[in-house]
Design a protein around this ligand. Structure first.
Ligand SMILES: Nc1ncnc2c1ncn2[C@@H]1O[C@H](COP(=O)(O)OP(=O)(O)OP(=O)(O)O)[C@@H](O)[C@H]1O
Ligand SMILES: [Mg+2]
Length: 199
């Protein structure tokens, strides 16, 4: 991994963790307000989000809005067998939860049917840095890249879900160097607005 990728991760993770609780709350509410009237959000039924960690912008107001609108909400769960991949499990008010190996809360694996990644309409995913060309730098595990790698592999055949990165605006950089496995974002939303790239 080039040092610049590592240094950028460290720098931006520190910056987002330094936001105060009231700034975090303001950003989360503005993010929700910026997304709620987007046509592609209104039309999506099966939506994956995440629970915030490490200073990430919180999609919690958005999760509540999805529930109110009768959408099906999913959260990522570390795949128990396939190394470094994600599964998506339904998340409803009061869903039983457990902590995964990173200390992040995830729905308990029960007999609930899992939703394959390709069957979701929309995925809101966290990131460490983004550029407005759709470049994304994550935490470095390659989880989202592996899980949505089929979008690169079957480009033009399987469209798959729209991937919208959620971030604080301070996570924007001019241009990220991307690797062959990096799956590009369809759009990015921050507390400042929505950057929509394709379709
Ligand atoms: N589709 C893939 N198949 C195999 N290995 C992969 C794939 N995608 C990523 N990787 C591996 O995962 C490692 C981490 O990738 P990368 O640095 O892009 O993570 P990231 O995008 O920051 O993480 P995340 O997606 O979890 O937020 C890389 O070393 C890469 O080789
Ligand atoms: Mg990547």
């Amino acid at each position: 991994m080039p040092d610049s990728r590592r240094a950028l991760r460290q720098h931006l993770r520190r910056q987002r963790r330094a936001l105060s609780a009231s700034e975090q709350k303001r950003h989360a509410n503005r993010l929700c307000r910026n997304l709620k009237h987007q046509l592609w959000f209104r039309k999506a039924q099966n939506i994956a989000l995440y629970l915030p960690n490490d200073g990430e912008i919180s999609p919690e107001p958005l999760i509540h809005l999805c529930w109110q609108l009768g959408k099906s909400v999913y959260l990522p769960v570390l795949h128990p067998i396939h190394h470094n991949r994600l599964w998506f499990l339904p998340y409803r008010p009061g869903s039983p939860m457990r902590l995964n190996r990173y200390g992040i809360s995830e729905p308990k694996l029960q007999r609930t049917p899992r939703t394959p990644a390709w069957a979701l309409d929309l995925v809101f995913l966290p990131l460490v840095a983004f550029d407005i060309q759709g470049g994304r730098l994550g935490m470095g595990g390659g989880y989202y890249d592996r899980t949505f790698g089929f979008k690169l592999q079957y480009k033009g055949i399987i469209r798959g879900p729209k991937l919208i990165g959620l971030a604080h605006n301070l996570q924007k950089v001019d241009c990220l160097t991307t690797e062959s496995w990096d799956v590009p974002l369809t759009g990015i939303a921050t507390e400042e607005g929505v950057y929509r790239l394709s379709c």
